[in-house]
Write a protein that binds this ligand. Sequence first.
Ligand code: ZN
Length: 166
Amino acid sequence: MIISENNVVSLSYDLRLATGKIIDKATAEDPLAYIHGVGMLLPHFEAQLHEKTVGYKFDFTLTPENGYGERYDENLVEFPKSMFLEGGFPEIDITVGNFVPMNDSDGNQLQGKITEVTAESVKVDLNHPLAGESLHFVGEVIAVRPASEEELAHGHVHGEGGHHHH
Ligand SMILES: [Zn+2]
């Protein structure tokens, strides 16, 4: 079967940064499964697999532009410390390296990483953790099958590589 829209694709892969560090992987025994063409994965990632089939071995690098975007200094935002202490997140430890739930300008939820804490302010990095990174994927297409009506309605894969309970 050829990979096209609304197929469930199972993959093994390693994801490396430019440094060579592996930051994510799936094996043939425990593959990643996704529904092709519905926006589950990065569009440029899915484009690399479009119209390929089982056994296809891939090895490609996505630029930051084709991955999670560039890093922008504007996404380093300083907030008054009082906002965290009084307002929102008493359960969160305001410490460099910890994450706080935030919303971006489009209202999407994201995890901001605390990069600096002073007596008065907290600086939070709202860039995606993989912004500015080149993403090197090496892997293989393990299986391709049509998605079920139920999977398409739910927007996720059931069974192997997907959701088992919900
Ligand atoms: Zn479901």
